[in-house]
Write a protein that binds this ligand. Structure first.
Ligand code: KG4
Ligand code: ZN
Length: 354
């Protein structure tokens, strides 16, 4: 009978400190025992974006109390941890070093091996924690704050890039457009809420690279188009951009969301057609967007394509996805944990180079 391994995961790549414990038993899908998260959003909001130095300092404050919380909630002890996993990159260098440093110190103290995880692989595999986990192979739409990629996924660690953004990520387009509309950081969820009261066809915004014939994206021009439209409206009303009436801002928010979502949906469908695959997995923060889910569900249903998402609360950064990715890498034999505690981090690290 296979022994159950307990994998602790620590996420600290940006503005969320996440810790989780998963149990890995034989060939079964690893099971999440507990996870705890502290979001720094309130702290960074005053600055309109993430301040890297403040992020690192806050991870230091949070990571051990969160670890204690996870152990308490899972009913496990420090001594029962078999592997300590951490986010090795990509992300903010100082923030990553906190998680890596704590993980390696814990590993050394407990005489247990450590394992560095790719943050995007964490997102990519996070739907395996859901009540409706996917099966390999599938097309993945990875939409986070810094990345927008379509990948062909044949198994753990077997990722082929099909297309990606040539400039801004979809999350960035949400965040930058939201900022223009006077919404607080992080703008994506706030823009989505405002968009609910608006008319998505109020303004004709561009659908960049929709007809490019490949699977690449470009969102930088969209943000500029939103700015030009907002300035026009503000000039017509004789007011500041942020003072535009709520109905106008809601229409602009809905039109922006519609443009981003249409491009993401059409390119995902094109990727499915190109690969001949019948399964789509959506991962990353923008995967929490309800309009995106609604439209992907509708288009996939028409084509008998199964679509899988992470649980809503596991779309944005968290420790569960890091513990899960580590467990799945160990299980698939893609990686072994190491008892060398001289760690490094990779602030820039393309997933396809994993
Ligand atoms: O994956 P994530 O938590 O962090 C990165 O790895 O980057 O993604 C964060 C991104 C932000 O751009 C945020 O605005 C966006 O995900 N986001 C959303 C929603 N929730 C989070 N964008 C649109 N609609 C949402 N509901
Ligand atoms: Zn992320």
């Amino acid at each position: 009978m296979a022994k159950t391994l307990h994998v602790l995961g620590i996420e600290s790549s940006c503005d969320e400190t996440g810790v989780a414990l998963v149990a890995l038993h034989g060939d079964d899908l690893p099971r999440l025992l507990a996870h705890a998260l502290y979001s720094q959003i309130d702290m960074h909001q005053a600055y309109g974006g993430v301040v890297p130095e403040l992020a690192s300092r806050d991870h230091i404050r949070r990571v051990l109390p969160l670890t204690q919380q996870v152990l308490r909630e899972s009913g496990r002890t420090l001594a029962e941890i078999d592997v300590v996993a951490f986010t090795r990159g990509p992300g903010l260098a100082g923030a990553l070093l906190v998680g890596a440093g704590v993980a390696c110190a814990l590993g050394a103290a407990l005489r247990k091996p450590v394992l560095g995880v790719h943050h995007l692989e964490g997102h990519l595999l996070s739907p395996f924690l859901s009540a409706d986990p996917p099966e390999f192979p599938f097309v993945a739409l990875l939409v986070s704050g810094g990345h927008t990629q379509l990948m062909r996924v044949d198994g753990v660690g077997r990722y082929t890039l099909l297309g990606e953004t040539i400039d801004d990520a979809a999350g960035e387009a949400f965040d930058k457009s939201a900022k223009l509309l006077g919404l607080a950081y992080p703008g994506g969820p706030a823009l989505a809420i405002l968009a609910e009261q608006g008319n998505p066809s109020a303004y004709a915004l561009p659908r960049p690279l929709l007809k490019s014939g490949n699977l690449d994206f470009s969102f930088a021009g969209l943000k500029t188009a939103v700015m030009v439209q907002a300035r026009k409206l503000a000039a017509a009303q004789g007011c500041e951009l942020e003072k535009l009436p709520t109905t106008v801002r809601a229409d602009l928010a809905a039109s922006t969301q519609a443009a981003i979502v249409e491009v993401l949906v059409k390119k995902s469908i094109a990727a499915l057609a190109q690969t001949g695959m019948r399964r789509l997995v959506v991962a990353g923060g923008v995967g929490a967007n309800r309009k995106l889910r609604e439209q992907l569900n509708a288009e996939c249903a028409k084509r008998q394509v199964r679509v899988h998402y992470p649980e809503m609360h596991l779309c944005t950064d968290n420790g569960a996805m890091i513990a899960m990715a580590a467990a799945m890498r160990l299980q698939s034999g893609q990686q072994t944990a190491s008892a060398v505690y001289a760690f490094d981090v990779k602030p820039r690290w393309p997933l396809q180079l994993l």
